[in-house]
Design a protein around this ligand. Structure first.
Ligand SMILES: NC(=O)C1=CN([C@@H]2O[C@H](COP(=O)(O)OP(=O)(O)OC[C@H]3O[C@@H](n4cnc5c(N)ncnc54)[C@H](OP(=O)(O)O)[C@@H]3O)[C@@H](O)[C@H]2O)C=CC1
Ligand SMILES: O=C1CO[C@H](CO)[C@@H](O)[C@@H]1O
Length: 333
């Protein structure tokens, strides 16, 4: 007899792109199973259930109320995270919520509060969907930073962009009313990484947003660059865009060396996970890590955190990220 716990049963809300990827990853992850899919469309729900061999398909309410679901995965546009996260928490489910947690920090805090209340204050049963910080590569970065191998960390710089094509009015990333805009979407990763690395909040922020007119004739940011200042002359900078080619790099620069990773959130070749170390003179060495499946790692850690009552540190970091994103938007004017 195995004494492994029963699999954690996820109910997914929204049969979209990331839901498809995580449903496939759930099938590869021991200790986790996709138990239900909820969609606004019955045909879409049934097709998704069929594709991923999920036993239950229905509407969002039915998934949230389903006793065969332990945790609800919110694969929805940001403006729906609070509504459905709260409903899930009130139904006694843990919540795995895609990034950004919400369109703004007020809603993100309300979501965290709902998850805390539903857990009788014993912890906040909420995990944000930032995958890369829950992988062995992030562990390697953390170990290196904590050991002072780069010297004092002075600067974090990140860029995340891709040239978006074929987006129509259905695309939530181009709709400010659905929590869209590139600052929230891709800026999330860069700001989150800077706060993760420095372990504190910036004292000052500045930001430039490049807006375009969307299908509804409203402005939405499609490129953004920002600067964050931290005590002790330490800084972070980022550049995100839907209008430049694919870039996904981060640099941690210390007084004694630096680390560069050119595929930080999306490892291009999970069989050859690597980053680059530069010494004081700038000479680079390539550091190879054992292969891993990023989504399986993420789900395994998310499930462990849910079983343990939540990821308090992760929620704090996510709320701080959302607050800094609000500050950046305000600074942009
Ligand atoms: N962690 C990661 O690596 C990634 C995270 N994300 C995040 O995941 C979330 C979803 O993104 P993504 O999967 O790309 O989005 P999609 O548009 O592909 O999917 C979102 C789904 O939400 C449902 N939905 C409900 N109401 C609306 C609405 N008003 N407008 C649009 N969709 C609606 C739809 O499912 P249905 O009709 O079936 O109900 C839709 O398919 C976002 O927060 C995004 O930032 C995205 C990509 C990667
Ligand atoms: O979070 C995300 C990760 O990367 C994607 C691009 O591949 C984004 O579109 C997305 O919103």
């Amino acid at each position: 007899m195995s004494d492994a716990p029963a699999p954690l049963r996820f109910g997914l809300l929204g049969a979209g792109r990331i839901a498809g990827k995580l449903a496939a990853a759930m099938a590869r992850t021991p200790g986790v199973t996709a138990a239900a899919i909820g969609s606004r469309g019955a045909v879409r729900a049934a097709a998704f259930a069929d594709r991923h061999e999920i036993p239950f398909a229905g509407g969002y309410e039915e998934v949230v109320a389903n006793p065969a679901v332990d945790a609800v995965y919110l694969a929805l546009p940001p403006h729906l995270h609070l509504q459905w996260g709260r409903a899930a928490a009130e139904a006694g489910k843990a919540v795995l919520c895609e990034k950004p947690l919400a369109p703004n920090a007020d809603e993100a805090r309300a979501l965290a509060d709902a998850c805390r209340r539903a857990n009788d204050g014993a912890g906040v049963a909420l995990i944000d969907g930032t995958q890369w910080t829950r992988t062995p590569r992030a562990d390697a970065f953390r170990a290196l930073l904590d050991a002072g191998e780069l010297g004092e960390l002075k600067r974090v710089t990140a860029a995340f962009s891709f040239h978006a094509e074929g987006w129509d009015a259905g695309e939530h990333r181009l709709d400010p009313h659905r929590g869209g805009g590139v600052l929230r979407d891709l800026g999330w990763y860069c700001v989150h990484a800077a706060l993760w690395a420095f372990g504190e909040d910036p004292t000052g922020v500045s930001c430039h947003l490049s807006d375009e007119t969307n299908h509804a004739g409203e402005n939405v940011d499609v490129a953004a660059s920002g600067a964050l200042t931290f005590p002790g002359d330490r800084t972070a900078g980022f550049d995100v865009s839907y209008r430049t080619a694919w870039r996904n790099w981060i640099e941690f620069a210390g007084a004694e060396g630096s680390l560069v990773c050119d595929d930080f959130t999306n490892p291009r070749d999970p069989d050859k996970v690597r980053h680059f170390r530069h010494d004081r003179r700038g000479d680079a060495s390539r550091v190879e890590l054992p292969a891993f499946d990023p989504q399986v790692e993420f789900l395994t850690r998310a499930a462990a955190a849910i079983r343990a009552g939540g990821d308090e540190a992760g929620v704090k970091l996510a709320l701080r990220t959302q607050t800094v994103l609000d500050r950046l938007r305000e600074a942009a004017g």
